[in-house]
Structures are given as C-alpha cells and as structure tokens.
Design a protein around this ligand. Structure first.
Ligand code: MN
Length: 245
C-alpha cells in the first residue's frame, strides 16, 4: 500500500494542479476538458492535489476597494479552507485520479454523497480564478479585442456594465457573476454557491465573488457599491482577453 500512495497522489497532483497552473498560463479550462493529452509536469502539492497558489499581488494591492483585512481573511481563511477540505475529501480516492477539474465537477454535481468533493473543488477553482480576475489599477472600459467583443456581443461597455451589475446584485444569497465565452460569443451569467460555468461547457473569462465574505467588511450590505467599484477599479481585462484564447 505504501508504494501505491505516492503514485495515486502524483496522478491527482498532475491533473488537479495542472489545471490550477494552467489558469496562470491563461489556458481555458473547457479546452482542458476536451483535451486528453497528459498534463505538463507540475509541482506536487505537499499536502494533497489541490494547491493554494500565492496571491498574484500583495494583500494591500486592491485597497481601498478590497481592504487588506478582507483580502487576507478571504484568501488565508476562506480559500485555504476550500483547498484543505477539498484535499481531505479527495484523499484516498482513486475515482478522480485521471480527471480534470471540469470532469470532476461534472461527475459530482448534484450528488449529495459527493457534495464535499464538488463544493470544495469548485470553490478552490473559483477563488483562484477570482484573484486573477482582478488587478491593481484595473477596471474601466476595455480596449482592443475585449472592447470590440463587448460592443458586438453585448451592445457596448455601458450595456455590459448594466447586465453584469444586474447579475451580480440580483444573485440571491451567495454566488458568483461571470463574463463567459459561449463558443466565442460573450455572455454574462450568475451562479449560486459553488457552481461555475465549467460544468456547462462554457469558458469563464472573469468572475466576481458576491458571497458576503468577499465584501462585507468593506461595504457591509452594499453589494451594489462593491460591484460598481470592482468594475471601475479592479477587473482584469488582460486576463479576460487571454482566456478568450
Ligand atoms: Mn469567496
């Protein structure tokens, strides 16, 4: 048994950590789901297949929209807990050893006995994607290809802002609002709890976390103000453009 454990862990690390690293490389995850090629070599997580990657900026970098207090708790407590609990839920299971994150989510969604795997793997992925969807000095109307696509597919930046803000503020309870590519066409959607567009075969471009833990210390109940500030100051259009492929 002891010889088998590292190889199982290596396989899991190869698939799951490969998916996480490919976010950094700005590969789309829907491409991963369709691509049976073995993942590129990746660092093996010390404590399991999901990896808590470092934030792509200092925890003070998004202030004053997102304070250091919010960011340090959100990343260091919430995101870390999803990674740790996801690794616990996956520990010892060979069921998902060769599956990508989209495949794991599709295999576990809606199955109560696999809810711990689904929720924690999805939330670990969603948070990594959220950190990358923001940058210091971001926000405002995009130029270049994203600007053109927003004009042709969504009716322009003002129309996009209205649609995205409605999705983000209208999502009842906890969840996420996404800009996605549906076979190359931009769409806005929101999802509840841990759900994300990967299970629908869509390509996420950027996401905003609208769980209360994302904004309550800075905005209390004013979710609409958080969404407006996020769009004006933080959204990372270069990341969106790269995810468009
Ligand atoms: Mn969150």
């Amino acid at each position: 048994m002891s010889e088998l454990r590292p190889s199982r862990r290596d396989l899991l690390a190869g698939t799951l950590a490969g998916a996480a690293v490919s976010v950094l490389a700005t590969r789309s995850f829907s491409a991963l789901a369709a691509d049976p090629a073995p993942p590129a070599p990746v660092p093996v997580a010390p404590a399991g297949p999901l990896i808590l990657l470092p934030l792509p900026y200092a925890d003070t970098a998004l202030a004053p929209v997102i304070s250091q207090n919010t960011l340090s708790f959100h990343y260091g407590k919430h995101h870390k807990a999803y990674v740790d609990n996801g690794n616990k839920a996956l520990a010892g299971s060979t069921l998902f050893a060769r599956q990508s994150i989209p495949e794991i989510l599709r295999a576990t969604q809606g199955k109560p006995e696999l809810a711990a795997v689904y929720n924690n793997v999805a939330q670990a992925w969603n948070h990594q994607f959220y950190w990358q969807s923001m940058r210091p000095g971001g926000g405002g109307a995009p130029s270049g290809r994203m600007g053109d696509k927003i004009k042709s597919d969504l009716g322009g930046y003002d129309a996009f802002k209205a649609i995205f803000s409605k999705a983000a503020t209208g999502r009842f309870g906890s969840g996420w609002a996404w800009l996605v590519s549906n076979k190359g066409k931009l769409e806005v959607m929101d999802t509840p709890n841990a759900d994300n567009p990967l299970t629908l075969g869509l390509t996420p471009l950027v996401v905003i976390d609208v769980w209360e833990h994302a904004y309550y210390l800075d905005f209390q109940n004013r979710r609409a103000d958080y969404v407006t500030a996020w769009l004006e100051k933080l959204v990372n259009w270069e990341f969106a453009d790269a995810n468009l492929g």
